[in-house]
Design a protein around this ligand. Structure first.
Ligand code: ADP
Ligand code: MG
Length: 261
């Protein structure tokens, strides 16, 4: 590279907003000379530096926007501990075909069996494939809705929750939903129907959804839309959290009946 070409290439890369290529230019040019790369191989390597930098930036940004409570991956999940979870089906979900088709995933089961873990892991897999994700617990959503209602911002909230390609609603069923929340959820599910996927986790089976909504008609209407294009994973089994506690010897006192004196 002659003396004039070098500053000109650097200036062009700057103007074209390709900073990683500018940073890596020297190193890649040296590699090219050392390994006798063709012009095309050199360009290929140089472009790769910018593309991978942008990909990493995109993943970091999407992960921040997703608001996961903690990071979890499928590789960290012990399928042997929870045999009621069909590993093949979860791996199939991780291909994200359900997101491409606007389908939903419902993870049902008692506390501690890994519903939130799997929901986050699928969300993180989605981000790796450039899908926008937003995670919210139902408790937080209810709190937000009460504030939004006072400030007349419910339509704005609805719009915001319709934007991500994948919405994760965690822990449906621990608290009953008032009429406002039930109607909001109905609108949310209707708007996203066949357009944006939802992963929903719940400790309640479908038969008990009437109790959550205090309105059988709304519960049925919401379930109808959620389930039309969906996969349900029903998890039975022991809590992983309690297993850890049991191992540490903490839980026996709580489970064993007190001995009479
Ligand atoms: P749930 O949402 O069903 O109540 P979580 O997903 O929050 O359960 O799981 C509770 C804790 O146990 C989390 O830290 C999670 O990572 C872990 N956990 C649950 N199941 C498994 C599993 N099969 N393998 C590894 N970790 C698990
Ligand atoms: Mg959970």
């Amino acid at each position: 590279m002659n003396e004039l070409a070098y500053p000109r290439v650097q200036a062009h890369l700057g103007r074209l907003k390709l900073p990683r290529m500018a940073d890596c230019l020297d190193g890649v040019a040296e590699q090219a000379a050392k390994h006798d790369w063709t012009y095309l191989e050199f360009l290929d390597h140089l472009l790769e530096t910018e593309v991978s930098a942008r990909y990493e930036r995109d993943v970091t940004m999407k992960t921040k926007l997703a608001h996961f409570p903690f990071p979890k991956t499928l590789d960290q999940f012990d399928f042997v501990f929870q045999p009621s979870i069909p590993e093949r089906q979860i791996r199939e979900l991780a291909t994200l075909r359900f997101v491409a088709n606007g389908e939903n995933v419902l993870l049902l089961g008692p506390p501690g069996v890994g519903k939130t873990h799997l929901a986050i892991a699928l969300g993180m897999a989605a981000i790796q494939q450039a899908v926008s994700v937003y995670f919210i617990t139902m408790v937080d959503l209810l709190e937000q809705l009460q504030r939004d209602a006072k400030e007349d911002r419910l339509p704005h909230r609805l719009h915001t929750l319709c934007r991500p390609k994948l919405l994760i609603l965690d822990e449906m069923g621990y608290f009953p939903l008032d009429r406002l929340a039930a109607q909001f959820l109905f609108q949310l599910v209707s708007r996203r129907y066949q357009r944006g996927s939802i992963i929903l986790t719940s400790n309640k089976s479908y038969g008990d959804w009437g109790d959550i909504f205090a309105d059988q008609v709304l519960a049925t209407a919401i379930l109808d839309r959620l389930l039309h294009f969906s996969t349900t994973i029903s998890i039975r089994g022991q809590s992983y959290r309690l297993r850890e506690k049991r191992k540490a010897g903490v839980f026996t006192e709580l489970t064993e009946p007190a001995k009479e004196v």
